[in-house]
Design a protein around this ligand. Structure first.
Ligand SMILES: [Zn+2]
Length: 144
């Protein structure tokens, strides 16, 4: 029995840091930061439910989109919907809106150039605003 308790304590020590920190970073637009290595992208849902992506350099200064390719897949209960993006000012904006509803996952794939290795980010779409940090819940930075 003592051995079992020792193992459980060991497991608890290993598991707990992952639970405590959500590791979510919000950007200047209160969107969710997606780390791309040296640069970062910010996922933000506009009032019309289109998704806009801003890019930042290492010092969080805005970068105009160049060769980045972004594709998002909304895993909505009504079926998966693929969103493509086009340049609009300093942003990449989805050409269509997210499907109805929320609390489904949106998988965002970002390639820094057309033939770069894609990076995937899974974001739980929760559009209500957090009372703690005032960010949308998908970009909430509170330690809960
Ligand atoms: Zn919060």
């Amino acid at each position: 029995m003592k051995k079992l308790i020792t193992s459980l304590v060991a497991i608890a020590i290993i598991v707990s840091p992952a639970i405590a920190a959500k590791n979510i970073e919000a950007g200047p637009r209160k969107g969710r930061i997606l780390h791309l290595g040296d640069t970062s992208a910010e996922f933000f849902v506009e009032p019309d439910r289109t998704v806009s992506i801003a890019f930042y350099d290492t010092e969080k200064k805005p970068l105009a989109p160049t060769d980045q390719v972004v594709v998002a897949t909304a895993e909505a209960p009504t079926g998966k919907k693929k969103l493509e993006f086009s340049k609009k000012d300093n942003l990449l904006v989805s050409t269509e809106a997210l499907p109805e509803g929320e609390h489904y996952n949106v998988v965002v794939q970002v390639k820094e150039t057309a033939d770069a290795k894609p990076k995937n980010f899974r974001i739980k779409l929760d559009l209500s605003n957090c009372k703690g940090c005032s960010n949308p819940e998908y970009a909430c930075t509170c330690d809960e």
